[in-house]
Design a binder for this molecule. Structure first.
Ligand code: UDX
Length: 429
């Protein structure tokens, strides 16, 4: 099929390359001219495992093209996915300026039937607004459909998640739109749920909010574990073996970050407010997440006594492993707080350092974990990168000023770290 994707961010780029891989001809459009130029030259602006190969392979096969021209997309492709950013504005709402702009441009270039699909996470009723916007701006009355097809991919495993999803959700209003989307997703083996547009939009918000709830729940349990001397990892295993609960998203740690969970939670709380429903549960989920960050600082000062003048080495800066994304990464809040406390910080991350450099100009970024460990009073692990599993703790202990490891992602077995002669602090254990 002839498909276009508007927006070459994480979701747009992954969707475009995967749909091309499935045999479609795809145009990926972005208004950032520099980005488009880079992509045309096969330079991928983000780090996502497997993405570069997929983009290169499909450019070579002539199935994937990049453009900055929405007109070209509307002229040449029957299905147009909107995957532009919907950032959080000051009061927590999703900022839909990008969606409105794209919908207007699509409308102005509409000449024949097109299916316009929302892929970005958008508040319920955005579909209605997109339809209205197109009707107002189209040059004359033209048949078109709007659909919602929320994306559930996770950064770091985005290609796999796209190709092997747990489910595909399609929110449509016509048989024609439904059949087009069913045809696009035919090669993917996954249950397909067909709903109305509003339900599809809500599924995305409800899913991300539920995931955030699971994380805050286990972090609350971790706090109880710390107070009574139980091990949250074991508790999570014990509850997760119950199939009704499931073991995923029960890892206690520094709290959730990223471009989706925090933003979508805020947006959902706002949506509920506008609908006259006080979604208190989600407000508490958010509060627990914020407190989890404060707990890290509190535990650091309990272990190091006076923070001012101490050196803390941070391993891991991205909001999770296998990505270069630092949006809403908990590490950024921790760094800001520690700087305020007068702590000297050294940090290392396999992928996130260039982006962190743009935020903290004076931060000492190191070439490897050993440089971070050198003369540090504490080694604080903020992201559970696989690379850290292979660290030589014997060497690290010799380099540090005092042997203290704070594993804020519970990536190590405490006993193993202790055997190397370290004091170990984890979360809820
Ligand atoms: C999330 C959703 O998982 C995905 O379905 C949606 O499409 C986009 O938002 P993503 O933001 O890529 O994906 O990351 P995710 O894997 O969900 O992790 C989010 C945050 O939660 C990370 O900071 C991670 O460290 C944290 N987390 C995750 C935990 O603290 N504990 C867990 O058990 C799982």
């Amino acid at each position: 099929m002839e498909i276009s994707i508007i927006g070459a961010g994480y979701v747009g780029l992954v969707t475009a390359s995967c749909l091309a891989e499935l045999g479609n001809n795809v145009i990926c459009v972005d208004n950032d001219l520099k980005k488009v130029k880079k992509l045309k030259n096969q330079i991928i602006p983000i780090y996502e495992p497997g993405l570069e190969e997929l983009v290169k392979k499909n450019i070579k096969r002539k199935r994937l093209h990049f453009s900055s021209d929405i007109k070209e997309a509307v002229d040449k492709t029957e299905v147009i996915f909107i995957a532009v950013g919907t950032p959080r504005n000051e009061d927590g709402d999703a900022d839909l300026t990008g969606i409105e702009k794209v919908a207007t441009q699509i409308a102005k270039n509409l000449r024949t039937y097109r299916l316009i699909v929302e892929k970005s996470t958008v508040p319920v009723e955005t579909g209605e607004w997109v339809k209205r916007t197109i009707n107002i701006n189209a040059p004359y009355q033209i048949d078109f459909d709007v659909a919602s097809n929320p994306e559930f991919l996770r950064e770091g495993s985005a290609i796999h998640d796209f190709m092997h999803p747990d489910r595909i959700v399609i929110g449509v209003e016509s048989e024609r739109a439904k059949n087009i989307l069913l045809k696009i997703y035919k090669p993917i083996k996954a249950p397909i749920l067909v709903t109305d547009i509003k339900s599809a939009e809500l599924i995305k918000h409800a899913s991300n909010s539920f995931l955030a709830t699971k994380i805050s729940f286990i972090n609350a349990i971790a706090n109880i574990c710390e107070r009574i001397g139980a091990d949250v990892v074991k508790v999570a295993e014990g509850i997760g073996l119950d199939k009704r609960i499931g073991k995923d998203f029960l890892k206690a740690g520094a709290g959730y970050g990223g471009s989706c969970l925090p933003k979508d939670l805020d947006a959902f709380i706002k949506i509920a407010e506008k609908l006259n429903y006080n979604f208190e549960l989600l407000k508490i989920v958010k509060k627990i997440n914020e407190e989890q960050k404060k707990n890290i600082i509190k535990k650091l000062s309990e272990s190091l006594w006076i923070l001012k003048g101490k050196t803390i080495g941070i391993l891991g800066l991205t909001f999770k492993p296998n990505t270069d994304d630092i949006r809403n990464a908990v590490s950024l809040d921790i760094i800001s707080e520690l700087i305020k406390e007068g702590v000297y910080i050294k940090a290392y991350d396999p992928q996130g350092m260039p982006k962190v450099r743009n935020i903290f100009k004076d931060l000492k970024l190191s070439l490897n974990p050993y440089e971070v460990a050198k003369d540090s009073d504490c080694l604080l692990i903020m992201t559970e990168w696989n690379e850290f599993k292979k660290l030589d703790f014997h060497r690290i202990k010799k380099l540090m000023k005092q042997p203290l490891i704070f594993d804020a992602r519970n990536m190590f077995e405490p006993e193993i770290i202790k055997k190397h002669g370290f004091r170990y602090i984890g979360i809820g254990r």
